[in-house]
Ligand binder design. Structure first.
Ligand code: XMP
Length: 319
């Protein structure tokens, strides 16, 4: 029967044989799949592996630091941390259409990643955390049609443009198996049980233009949502929970003053596979703490609403 221990032993042996003494690179996103793929590759080929982490300026609070701490400081990996925030935010200036945001970010990511990869010599292999559902999804007509609603990360994009061979050690695994493998490899639970986070990051949770100031506003709101969800012990029971910065400004009152600030929306959903989702019946006291903290701590946001739309007809993200 399948065990994470056996899987790790077999895969390490197989990857060693496949890769030999070649160099391997791996893009780290901070998500579960790429983290487990990187840890597995590291176990197999050690210093032959270089990981590339791109900070696109659209990450959640503390994410970039956590990735560096886990992989570089704790695991001793060769991690190239690239802060390309300015490049991404420059590219997004004036962009309000959701699909244009995705394309802008996707294209910029490829350029940044290619530049970083070109600095590393003698690379033959690109490791990716592709899972079995990703493989299936890109092969069935139904899913190709549904994927067109929003242009999600495509499995094929990056390697096609580069002369690398692919190493995909998780290709036959499902999510729960990937988590078991990650725990077996000693990755922290904060990474193993992390809620999914979209590649375009905070940009598709900011309705309207993505400016550095608005990213900062949303990042603060989002941090408060996650802190309160964690404190209430709910984080692992929820598929995704986050804040959205709307482009609606509303009138409020603070002491003796009238305010005119953005409305922030809170979204929390449960789902099996992100194809359908139901909004989470969050306890009122959790919602109350989130709302109080956001309006008191985030200057520029003066109203909080809770999104009670299921998918379908709503989507999980607002864009
Ligand atoms: P929707 O909003 O379509 O989201 O219900 C379904 C799942 O996909 C994630 N998502 C994305 N992930 N790039 C990604 O990597 C994207 O452009 C993107 N758009 C949505 C979303 O967070 C949810 O888990």
């Amino acid at each position: 029967s399948w065990t994470a221990g056996n899987f790790v032993a077999d895969t390490v042996a197989r990857v060693k044989e496949q890769v030999g003494s070649d160099r391997v690179i791996c893009g780290l996103s901070g998500g579960v799949d790429s983290s487990v793929a990187a840890a597995l590759l590291h176990q197999a080929v050690g210093s032959q592996l270089t990981c590339i982490f791109v900070n696109n300026g659209l990450l959640r609070h503390g994410e970039a630091e956590e990735v560096q701490e886990t992989f570089n400081e704790n695991m001793g990996m060769d991690l190239r941390y690239i802060d390309a925030s300015d490049r991404f935010l420059d590219g997004l200036r004036g962009v309000t259409d959701p699909e244009t945001k995705r394309k802008t970010i996707g294209n910029e990511f490829i350029r940044v990643f290619e530049d970083a990869a070109a600095e590393i010599e003698n690379v033959r292999w690109l490791a990716q955390g592709t899972l079995y559902p990703d493989v299936i999804e890109s092969e069935t007509p139904e899913n190709r049609a549904s994927a067109r609603i929003k242009s999600h990360h495509n499995v094929g994009g990056l390697p096609e443009r580069m002369n690398f061979s692919l190493v995909e050690p998780l290709r036959y695994l499902f999510k729960d198996e990937v988590r078991a493998v990650g725990l077996e490899l000693g990755l922290p639970e904060e990474i193993i049980y992390r809620q999914p986070f979209p590649g375009p990051g905070l940009a598709i949770r900011i309705i309207g233009e993505v400016t550095p100031e608005r990213v900062e506003l949303l990042r603060d709101c989002d941090r408060i949502v996650l802190e309160e969800i964690h404190d209430a012990g709910l984080y692992r029971d929820i598929w995704q929970s986050f804040a959205v910065l709307t482009d609606n400004r509303t009138v409020g009152v603070m002491g003796d003053y009238r305010t005119y600030g953005y409305a922030c929306a809170i979204r929390a959903v449960n789902s099996e596979d992100a194809m359908t989702a139901d909004w989470v019946r969050l306890p009122y006291d959790v919602l109350a703490r989130v709302s109080n903290r956001i309006v008191n701590e985030v200057d520029g946001v003066n109203r909080v609403v809770y999104d009670i739309t299921s998918k379908p007809p709503g989507t999980i993200e607002w864009e």
